[in-house]
Design a protein around this ligand. Sequence first.
Ligand code: C2E
Ligand code: MG
Ligand code: MG
Ligand code: MG
Length: 294
Amino acid sequence: LALSVSKSRGGGTTIRYDKQGHEDIRKRYRLAEELRSAVSRQELTLHFQPIIRADSRKVTKVEALARWFSPEFGEVSPEEFIPLAEEIGIIAELSEYLFHIAASDIQELRELNHGNENRLALSFNISPVNLHSQNFIPVISNILAKTAADMSQLELEITESMLIEDNEMVKQNLTLLKNMGIRLSLDDFGTGYSSLSYLHRFNIDTLKIDRSFIASMQESTHSREIIRAIQAMALSLGMETVAEGVEYEEQDRMLRELEVTHIQGFLHARPMDRTALQVWMKHWNTVHFERRNG
Ligand code: C2E
Ligand code: MG
Ligand code: MG
Ligand code: MG
């Protein structure tokens, strides 16, 4: 926000904002109000983006991504409304409701995933606020019990910042989740404070290599070397890897050569609603696994 507070020369404090700043504040306030009521009316939805095994081409996971269409503001990005939901204290409510949709939709999607013996893991993003809450685990287990979902088929995506902050509740929750058999995935990996000790300590299952390395890998030897190093480390620690943001055939080919285990990106599929994903999955499995012999 363009609100600025500054010390004037005489020692007093002046607060000023320009017209743009004033409008930004009003917009944000309206957005917060809209979000609050959209969450209470459960108007947000989920899209799912397939994650495929680089070698076999099987669809092994889908990542759930929150979507919000506001009548007033149009399509609002989760990069905008997730932090806003955290700020205004409704992220717990939002996560619970989205997780509920995800857990029930995944069952239906699994039945269609014939290319992979009905196995399809759900990858779900969680916010640091979720991990700070005492309620989070009971809520998750309740929903999983109701939807009879298999714990090993759930992967929670966290970020590096959640591991390094050294908070007791966070550590306790992560340990509990692991003990329940839930898998942990480290999102946007390589951009933060990567430390070997916490990867090991929290028994991280999957590293999601940040999109920025994939975007530059064709031109940049440096990016390719980083991907190679992440892959080598993942292999030695027994972790899977997912390359995020794969948009070109050439990237896909290079990533397979680097032996990255999974691919996610617009090249193969954009995030889609459940119905579109069912159609996509059917087509994908026909093309890759039901080819006529000879
Ligand atoms: P993320 O978890 O890293 O999700 C991946 C983002 O990359 C998604 O953006 C996805 O649409 C986009 N993406 C996938 N493939 C490609 C590609 O090939 N090229 C490009 N350019 N982009 C690609 P989206 O859906 O806008 O989500 C943004 C972020 O919002 C997510 O980043 C995640 O951090 C957060 N988010 C989304 N849904 C949720 C949620 O339900 N809960 C929480 N806590 N955070 C969420
Ligand atoms: Mg993610
Ligand atoms: Mg990511
Ligand atoms: Mg991201």
